[in-house]
Design a protein around this ligand. Structure first.
Ligand code: THU
Length: 135
């Protein structure tokens, strides 16, 4: 699976976004080491705090399906579904990714339908608190 293919899956996942409050549509596609892909989109709530991000939906779908080994994730989003630069994962999602992924885990950030940049989890969450710190 190429980075571009994973990005396209994330772009398609954006369409499922339930985001009537922010109008921000976000899509994520999480590639497992065994080749399976789990998608996620953001799901908002009238009470606001139950809202969940696309990245966490993808991770939690994978975990609840018994998958824990991840290769990379693609994330894309934008107001009204228009991709206009990167839609960086929030701090909570970075920490959730760190629970299951090492510092060198790759995150593909869509900048447009065609362009993307690749960063590591360490780039987004340096000096992270990880499961190793509580073992
Ligand atoms: N959102 C995500 O889905 N992922 C992130 O990492 C950042 C924010 C969503 C949550 C909410 O539905 C909307 O974007 C605006 O914050």
């Amino acid at each position: 699976m190429t980075d571009k293919e994973l990005l396209n899956i994330a772009i398609n996942a954006m369409e499922k976004s339930y985001s009537p409050y922010s109008d921000c549509k976000v899509g994520a596609a999480l590639l497992c080491e065994n080749g399976k892909v789990f998608t996620g989109t953001n799901i908002e709530n009238a009470a606001f705090s139950p809202t969940i991000c696309a990245e966490r939906v993808a991770v939690f779908k994978a975990i609840s399906d018994g998958e824990k080994k991840f290769s990379k994730i693609a994330v894309v989003g934008g107001k009204n579904g228009v991709i206009n630069g990167i839609f960086a994962p929030c701090g909570v999602c970075r920490q959730v990714l760190r629970e299951f992924c090492k510092d060198d885990f790759q995150i593909i950030l869509g900048e447009s339908k065609e362009e993307y940049k690749v960063v590591t989890l360490n780039d987004l969450l340096p000096l992270s608190f990880s499961p190793d710190d509580v073992r």
